[in-house]
Unconditional design. Structure first.
Lengths: 115, 110
């Protein structure tokens, strides 16, 4: 069972470059989300989706775009990378649309460095 | 400021000691969750508490949800090196928007 798969695991970008972090889950979960994790700040929600075709902003959405064309995939796009986007990014999914009691399943993370 | 404040931020203890870490907020939550994260991996759910005053036990780990549903604690009895990791609390203050605390980084020395 693959669970939540993120690619790439490591990436180095120059300021202004664009890239896409890929996330796929094979558990037929409706809810998917992207978090960034920075030292001393915990996990902060970037964008989330409650189903195919539906996305919404989280706590720190600026500089990131998402789309949800299928249940399985939820890519995160950085259109013009900035050093402030250096972080570890986690994709997560959950069976329950109404969170709080549902378990979030996380990928292994993607470490991004922007020079 | 964090919606969920966790303390202490760092904790280093010897194997066999007991410890308690805390998760506090000024907001009321319908439920709170605790996750553990090991280096290079994503967080993994330990427990969900949903009722004010609820106590849940998971082997040597005891989780408590405050009566007012604004805080939670995690107590570990006789800590082992395998308990080393980052402990995160999380909750949903509004619909579909789960928030995490900054975590407590626990190191248990053999």
């Amino acid at each position: 069972n693959a669970g939540v798969t993120q690619t790439p695991k490591f990436q180095v970008l120059k300021t202004g470059q664009s890239m896409t972090l890929q996330c796929a889950q094979d558990m037929n979960h409706e809810y998917m989300s992207w978090y960034r994790q920075d030292p001393g700040m915990g996990l902060r929600l970037i964008h989330y989706s409650v189903g195919a075709g539906i996305t919404d902003q989280g706590e720190v959405p600026n500089g990131y775009n998402v789309s949800r064309s299928t249940t399985e995939d939820f890519p995160l796009r950085l259109l013009s990378a900035a050093p402030s986007q250096t972080s570890v990014y986690f994709c997560a999914s959950s069976l329950n649309r109404g969170l709080g009691t549902g378990e979030l399943f996380f990928g292994e993370g993607s470490r991004l460095t922007v020079l | 400021t964090q919606l969920l404040e966790q303390s202490p931020q760092f904790l280093s203890i010897q194997e066999g000691e007991n410890l308690t870490v805390y998760c506090n907020s000024s907001s009321v939550f319908s439920s709170l969750q605790w996750y553990r994260q090991e280096p290079g991996e994503g967080p993994v759910l330990l427990v969900t508490v949903v009722t004010g005053g609820e106590v849940k036990k998971l082997k040597r780990l005891t989780f408590q949800f405050g009566d007012a549903r604004k805080d939670s604690s995690l107590h570990i009895t006789a800590a082992q090196p395998g308990d080393t990791g980052l402990y995160l609390c999380a909750g949903v203050p509004n619909n579909n928007d789960m928030r995490f605390g900054a975590g407590t980084r626990l190191t248990v020395k053999p």
